[in-house]
Design a protein around this ligand. Structure first.
Ligand code: UT7
Length: 324
């Protein structure tokens, strides 16, 4: 049976660090509140002359180096982003050229906001399992700082910029849960709740990008519930007990939401990849950045079972079960 295995992982964070103390100077807030409510201690902001494709290309190059591959070895690139360089063309096409992939390889974006990487990973997995592509670069890249409303203290301190990239490669498996690679993916959305998290503009309405609006408490409630459901669904689909999971690799929006998911899995926090303190919520970049952090720190051993999950605007949510 065809499987998609992880061949390389890379993350990129811009140079500029913005601490909670920096934000105290411009927003009516305090660092203790931010840490208590979210676990965030700092975030990174892109430089003025950096575009989302620059962050994505930097992460992609790191993933290529990690995999020992060249850009010419990749036959498809998918970028998950909610902050594309331009309304069109796709940021993936821009990155394809920036990193020197072959002309003619496939390139497109996926928009599912904070769940975007899990959605993109699902598509890439399907392409590989169906035999359409052999090596796919899947990137989550965001410059969320450009969507922030600095008059809204309930949202402006939550988000940061960054990019994470993985390379999926075709491998043969036996077709059971002991195979390496992506074992299952699960995607969901609830368009009845678009009003809980959105921007105040877009190319098809008022022609501006708009600013981020979030009803935080409601999103929090949905996140805790939906993530618990999707974790349960993932275990059931693979006929596994929760004790089978070695690592939780969650979307990094709020430490308390992550703790709630870990608790339901009976996982201690040292089995959870936690990066939210260092870079806040980087939307679609969050899960691949967590993967990159874990790989850099040699945390995963071959054969271990990883549960990736995310939840975001849409509302959208999803998971992927991966044997490393
Ligand atoms: O990535 C997509 C998914 N996104 C998420 O998962 C985010 C989900 N939501 C959250 O993480 C949390 O709801 C927040 C971190 C956004 C907010 O935490 P909360 O515990 O839900 O706080 P709250 O909105 O209920 O506000 C609690 C209090 C309020 O004061 P009162 O009404 O209790 O007197 C707020 O006015 O905290 C106050 N507050 C602040 N205080 C200092 C709100 N923002 C701030 C602030 N600094 N920045």
């Amino acid at each position: 049976m065809k499987r998609a295995i992880f061949k390389g992982v890379g993350g990129y964070l811009p140079e500029k660090i913005v601490t909670n103390a920096d934000l105290e100077k411009i927003v009516d807030t305090n660092s203790d509140w931010i840490i208590q409510r979210t676990g965030i201690e700092q975030r990174y902001f892109a430089a003025e002359d950096q575009a989302t494709s620059d962050l994505a290309a930097a992460a992609a190059n790191k993933a290529l180096t990690h995999a020992g591959l060249d850009a010419a070895d990749i036959d498809c690139i998918i970028v998950a982003t909610t902050t594309p360089d331009l309304t069109f063309p796709a940021t993936a096409a821009i990155v394809q050229a920036k990193i020197g992939m072959k002309v003619g390889t496939a390139a497109f974006d996926v928009q599912a906001v904070c769940s975007g990487f899990v959605y993109a990973l699902t598509i890439a997995n399907s392409f590989i399992v169906s035999g359409q592509h052999k090596r796919i670069l899947v990137i989550g890249a965001e410059i969320m700082s450009r969507l922030l409303d600095w008059n809204d203290r309930t949202t402006c301190l939550l988000f940061g910029d960054g990019a994470g990239a993985v390379i999926l490669e075709l491998a043969e498996g036996k077709g059971d849960v002991n195979d390496r690679g992506i074992l299952s993916t699960h995607l969901h959305s609830d368009g009845a709740n678009t009003n809980l998290l959105y921007t105040t503009g877009g190319p098809g309405t008022n022609g501006i990008s708009g600013k981020l609006v979030m009803l935080g408490r409601d999103v929090y409630r949905h996140a805790v519930q939906r993530l618990a459901e999707v974790v349960e669904e993932t275990l059931l689909a693979n006929n596994l007990e929760k004790t089978a999971i070695d690592w939780l690799v969650p979307h990094q929006a709020n430490k308390r939401i992550i703790e709630s998911t870990a608790e339901k899995l009976g996982l201690s926090m040292d089995k959870v990849i936690l990066t939210v303190a260092r870079h806040g919520n980087t939307s679609a970049a969050s899960v691949p950045l967590a993967l990159a952090d874990a790989v850099e720190n040699n945390r995963f051993k071959p054969g271990e079972l990883l549960l990736l999950e995310a939840m975001g605007a849409g509302l959208t949510w999803g998971s992927a079960l991966v044997r490393w």
